[in-house]
Ligand binder design. Structure first.
Ligand code: 5GP
Length: 173
C-alpha cells in the first residue's frame, strides 16, 4: 500500500475551517431551510462535520455520480448512480463536494440539478484544486485551495483506502 508523503491539513485545521464555513453558511441561509446535496462517497465526512456547525435547519440528502472513460480528462462522462431522494424544485440547494479538480463532475451535476429548477443552487467544497481545472465551475464556499496533488483522507480515497484518516495527506509516488 502507498505511503503518506506529507500531511496537508490536520484534523484541527480542518475542524477550524469547517466551523468558519458553518458560520458563513448559517448567516447566508438565515431565513431558509437549505437542502444539502452531499456527493457520495468522498464528501460524507465533510458534510457530517459541516452540519454540526450549522445553526439553521437543513435537510441532508445524498447523490452519487460515476465518472468514467479511459481518462477523465479526455472523456468526462458522468452519470448519476444514486439520485437525491428529495424534490428540489423551488428549494435552496447547496451541493457538498469533497474536491473540485477538473470540474467535470460538478459541471455535469450543476446542469442536471439546475434543470429541476431549485430556487437557488450553490456549491460548497472542502478542497479546490484550480491547477487541474478543465471546465470553469462556480464555487461559493470552499475550505482550502490546494496545489496539484492527489490527496487522501477525511473522506477522500485511493482505491477505497484512506477515507478514515482524520487528516488530509498527499500520497508518496
Ligand atoms: P473532477 O470531476 O472535479 O475532476 O473530480 C471530482 C471527483 O474526483 C472528486 O469528487 C473526487 O471524488 C475525485 N478526485 C479528484 N481529485 C482527487 C484527489 O486529489 N484525491 C482523491 N482522493 N479524489 C479526487
Amino acid at each position: 500500500m502507498e505511503k503518506i508523503e506529507k500531511i496537508l491539513f490536520t484534523y484541527e485545521e480542518i475542524q477550524e475551517r469547517i466551523k468558519e464555513l458553518g458560520k458563513i453558511i448559517s448567516e447566508d441561509y438565515k431565513e431558509k431551510n437549505p437542502i444539502l446535496a452531499c456527493i457520495l462517497k468522498g464528501a460524507v465526512y465533510f458534510a457530517v462535520d459541516l452540519t454540526r456547525n450549522l445553526s439553521v435547519p437543513f435537510i441532508l440528502d445524498f447523490i452519487s455520480i460515476l465518472s468514467y472513460g479511459p481518462s477523465k480528462e479526455t472523456y468526462g462522462i458522468v452519470r448519476i448512480t444514486k439520485d437525491l431522494d428529495i424534490n428540489i424544485y423551488n428549494k435552496d440547494v447547496i451541493i457538498i463536494e469533497d474536491i473540485v479538480d477538473t470540474g467535470l463532475s460538478l459541471a455535469y451535476l450543476l446542469r442536471v440539478l439546475k434543470a429541476r429548477e431549485p430556487s437557488s443552487l450553490k456549491v460548497c467544497t472542502l478542497l479546490d484544486c484550480p491547477g487541474r481545472r478543465i471546465i470553469d465551475v462556480p464555487i461559493d464556499y470552499k475550505g482550502f485551495e490546494i496545489p496539484n496533488y492527489y490527496v487522501v483522507g477525511y473522506g477522500l480515497d485511493y482505491n477505497e483506502n484512506y477515507r478514515n484518516l482524520m487528516y488530509i495527506a498527499v500520497l508518496e509516488k
